[in-house]
Design a protein around this ligand. Structure first.
Ligand code: URA
Length: 261
């Protein structure tokens, strides 16, 4: 992607090198499981994958979520009382962006500011995320050209108390909402940020550092793993790696690998 001068200036400010197209670490990323790089659940580590990693069905309070349209899905999230997190929330945080965005960004869970405002990534981590999106000429705006838009969602729609880590049962109960959001958006690429997004989407406990740098797949959609922006705020040296991940994602998009088959 040819960076314009504004983007180059931003990258320099972030202390990041200007990207040269990397070699993809997978031979092909066309539709189907060809680009899959993860072992199937239960397969021994290091064994070549032979089947796609598909999400298991998760328990959900309202089974109609699986076929909900946008308004019904929003209403279901807002009314959800499937786990204990509903007790402490100010409001649910559904997600934001273009309904047909080509990019889908998946984070972890709302924090205090997101709980207050009802929008994901509005705090410090969100500012960094927005800067990274801007550098790729992307935005979370709900209108405009879908190719330049990102839909941002979390694995959990309610804030865990004290910003503690999501618990497995909370993730399982919330998962159908994210699954349905991805089905409705039909993104060309998913960016999974941080370990909980990775766990939810790829069904693996492998650390982010071992999963980044290559193209995975979720339900046939190319998926790139990167660090969570909140982690990057505390670990500045990994910002450069995150930038490389974004460049890999942009490269996948440029090559049209995310084009729906
Ligand atoms: N961190 C996340 O993962 N999501 C948010 O919405 C805010 C912070």
């Amino acid at each position: 992607m040819p960076w314009n001068e504004r983007q180059r200036a931003m990258l320099r400010e972030m202390g990041l090198r200007v990207w040269q197209p990397p070699e993809l670490s997978v031979p092909a990323v066309g539709p189907g499981p060809a680009g899959l790089t993860l072992p199937a659940p239960g397969a021994p580590a290091g064994q070549a994958p032979s089947v796609p990693v598909l999400p298991a069905a998760a328990p959900v309070a309202d089974p109609s979520v699986a076929s909900a349209d946008w308004p019904a899905l929003r209403a279901a999230v807002a009314a959800c009382r499937a786990c204990r997190l509903c007790e402490g929330r100010k409001q649910t945080v559904f997600g934001v962006g273009h309904a047909q965005a080509h990019w889908m960004i998946v984070g972890e869970a709302p924090g205090a500011q997101e709980d207050e405002q009802g929008e994901p990534f509005v705090g410090a981590a969100g500012q960094l995320l927005d800067a990274m999106l801007r550098a790729l000429d992307l935005s979370r705006a709900g209108e405009g050209e879908p190719a330049r838009r990102a839909f941002i969602a979390n694995t959990l729609k309610c804030r865990p108390p004290g910003n503690r880590n999501p618990q497995p049962d909370e993730m399982a109960r919330c998962e159908p909402f994210l699954v349905r959001q991805i089905q409705l958006v039909r993104p060309r690429l998913i960016l999974a940020m941080g370990r909980f997004a990775v766990q939810a989407l790829l069904r693996t406990d492998e650390p982010v550092g071992r999963l980044r740098g290559r193209v995975h797949r979720y339900q046939g959609v190319p998926l790139v793993v990167t660090y969570h922006p909140a982690y990057l705020l505390r670990n500045l040296p990994d910002k450069a790696r995150a930038w490389e991940d974004l460049c890999l994602a942009a490269d996948v998009m440029e090559r049209g690998a995310g084009t729906p088959g």
